[in-house]
Design a protein around this ligand. Structure first.
Ligand code: AMP
Length: 336
């Protein structure tokens, strides 16, 4: 992080906020005194070091137990790494709720099918840790696959309800079993009061919320709004796979979602609602395909149950889309 200009800026602004160059309350780990001459500063300022990384369950439990014994609230942000501003929005939302922050970084093999991108999924631990050093994260839980799934591991959570809505599950049948199993483990390992999930993966948010309720886990699942590029493309670690020409087309997904959402709001009182709604969605799907995507689905669903919507009373509606361009599969969704 020593060469990261953003880190200098954060350190300077933290120091300024505190008036006297003391360590900001809540800052994880030790502080490092650096000279910020690059920014015309002549005084020494404090800079956070990367958070502690824990790779096995025993030290994780010791840290968590210590915090719980001191009645300190814990928030967990589960990620697969390759962190971007969307992940950092989750970390910020977590910081507002809890004194202690755990970010998990684990590319979970159980949620990838053999033909999917588990091997090539971006792994950028050093830059992830540098980003988290600026976010007052207490601990990064980064288990190996063997630590998460030791030899003999034989238990799997099989979610139903929103996990069988016929959206992502239809195209990635293995996916929510893998997600539910690893999230169940993460929640038991980290024992958080809050766990943050992005609305970007909307069906996943609903599956995890159901999981925590159904298993009586003492955690509040918190949904965080999607962070987007200026042109509307939802931030995703997989955006890195896009070629320049694919990247230029990618914002179509959000544009079509917005367009459909506006049209659906306009037909709210018109009849026959179901047919009009289906037409809006069909036209939206066609627009996505015309732009160069292969469409997996564009669907209007009840925002809570994810069940199909046939009449106006079946709302509120969430529009969800998944489509492929080149080798990349993108998903997105918005509220109507
Ligand atoms: P991932 O690392 O892709 O598994 O994502 C980890 C968490 O970050 C999940 O809860 C995602 O929904 C969330 N997330 C990913 N992208 C975004 C985004 N653009 N805005 C908000 N949350 C996001």
């Amino acid at each position: 992080m020593g060469g990261n200009p953003a880190a200098y800026k954060v350190a300077i602004s933290v120091a300024r906020r505190n008036g006297c160059f003391q360590l900001a309350s809540g800052f994880a780990a030790a502080a490092l005194v650096v000279s910020a001459r690059k920014y015309g500063q002549t005084k020494s300022v404090l800079m956070a070091q990367p958070p502690r990384v824990v790779r096995t369950v025993a030290p994780l439990r010791r840290a968590v137990t210590k915090w719980r014994t001191s009645s300190e609230r814990i928030a967990l942000v589960p990620t697969m790494g390759a962190l971007h501003a969307g992940h950092l929005a989750l970390v910020r939302a977590a910081r507002r709720r809890a004194r202690r922050l755990v970010v998990s970084i684990f590319v979970n093999p159980a949620q990838f099918a053999p033909h999917e991108d588990f091997a090539s999924y971006p792994r950028t631990l050093d830059s992830d840790l540098a980003a988290l050093a600026e976010m007052a994260v207490d601990l990064v839980w980064a288990p190996s696959v063997a630590a998460m799934y030791p030899p003999g591991f034989a238990t799997r959570i099989v979610p139903e309800g929103p996990a069988t809505a016929g959206l992502e599950d239809k195209f990635r049948p293995h996916f929510f079993g893998g997600v539910a199993t690893v999230v169940g483990k993460l929640l038991l390992q980290c024992a958080p009061d809050f766990a943050m999930f992005g609305e970007k993966d909307y069906q996943q948010l609903k599956v995890v919320t159901r999981l925590a309720n159904d298993l009586d886990l003492p955690v509040k699942i918190v949904g965080v709004p999607t962070v987007r590029e200026k042109d509307g493309l939802a931030l995703s670690s997989r955006n890195a796979y896009l070629s320049a020409s694919e990247r230029a087309v990618a914002p179509t997904l959000h544009r079509v979602l917005e367009d459909c959402s506006a049209k659906i709001a306009r037909i709210a009182r018109e009849r026959p609602y179901g047919e009009l709604l289906a037409r809006v969605v069909d036209e939206g799907g066609a627009a996505i395909e015309r732009s160069g995507f292969a469409l997996d689905y564009l669907e209007a669903r009840n925002a809570e149950t994810l069940r199909p919507v046939a009449s106006a009373k079946d709302g509120p509606i969430r529009l969800l889309v998944a489509a492929r361009i080149g080798k990349t599969r993108l998903i997105d969704n918005i509220a109507v």
